[in-house]
Design a protein around this ligand. Sequence first.
Ligand SMILES: [Zn+2]
Length: 76
Amino acid sequence: MPIYEYVCPSCDIKFELLRPLSQSAEAAPCPKCNNSAQRVLSRFACLTTGDDGFSSMIGGNPCSSCSDASCDTCNL
Ligand SMILES: [Zn+2]
């Protein structure tokens, strides 16, 4: 199961969660306040929105050409 990073906007904390790929885009409950935390990019994720410049910083990554938000093939 891939691991994902989430940030709680209320507590301003970051935490990691093992989740099925099918749930990766869903908000996760914050371990402190139980609010919805949004998924953020980790070093290993290849989620690219195309407007943050993140994708261009991943040199040599097979996902660097990926522009799909779901990016299923990169999380194997
Ligand atoms: Zn929180």
